[in-house]
Design a protein around this ligand. Sequence first.
Ligand code: F3S
Length: 399
Amino acid sequence: MMQLLPDEEAILAGESGETRQQMMEILVALGKVFSAERLVPIQSAQVSGASYKTIGEAGLEWLSRLDARVSVPTVLNPVGMDRVLWREMQISPSFAEKQEAVIGAYARLGIKLDCTCTPYYLYQTRFGDHVAWSESSAVAYANSVIGARTNREGGPSALAAAIIGKTPEYGLHLVPERRPQVVVRVEGAGSWDETALFGALGYLAGKTIGDKVPFFRGLRPKRDQLKALGAAMAASGAVALFHIEGITPDARIFGYDVSGLEVITVEAAEVLDLRDEIPVDAVALGCPHCSSEELGRIAELLEGRSVVLPLFVFAARKVIEASPDAVAGIERSGGHVYADTCMVVSPALEQYGSIMVNSGKAYAYVPNMCGASVRIGTTPECIEVATAGRARGSPALPT
Ligand code: F3S
């Protein structure tokens, strides 16, 4: 039975307004379902359900009725368009108007309009912080790479936690619940350097792991590779926390004993086999949103070349603003760099029948969310396809 403090009881009784009462009701209902004993204060929230494409009119109406302010720093997930370049993205004025209404509703609640699934590139979150994040790749990163503690919130429960400043203490907020449940041994991945391979591995592994907490052996990923791995497992499975032996903070600090756990083995060759060669109409990079290093790499690969297929790159606006040379390089080659949105939550990519990505998460989502066939490749392979090997100024290849 959940114990509420006197001020929490008062909010539940409606003494600080109808919206806060409604938000407290959401948290208490969740707490009861998951047998939480109390609410725990959070340091930040990240709220999904921000694209008009996904929440529609019903979501907009619900948001517009809310009347309160968030109690902790809260960041919004990507929306359905770049707020500046939406016309260039061929977003219709009617969609843009509805999308701005959704954004306005979140702004009235005091939410930061960074519109990104990578808030960890912009704001500091520390090991042991309790947070309430809802975008699945951000949740996996917060828990696994930072060592913060969050359940995989839905949009409404993250918003409720943001407004109240607390969340029910259950699941991944509790240290014993964060223990590994299955060992994943990856054979032959020791020399991997391409981030997309970690995304493809996550896509394959997530299907078998489901919502368990995996403990990986045989991997030495860097920061953006950890991001790609977690995002893909969260999409093809429902992984909200993963550990990597000797790398991720919980694994280093708690030194888990994993003997006796079920062991899954993944061969590097199975991962490489995902890369088939279907023809593509467009190339989309930045799922999750690119870091400045990733923008720099894309620009480097495009140096001296120009695109022959539409190339879309997505990142947080602040990351884009901090990477002017990389962005200029990508645009010089004919690529588009967009903020605030992504290939999945924007309707912009729905016009393409086949899309190439470098992300295991996008590989899982694009067929359903964009109605397109999808091909996965490494970032250099994506750039090769986008430019068809064409140097800037040289004639287009005959079709
Ligand atoms: Fe982010 Fe969109 Fe991918 S929200 S994780 S870029 S589907």
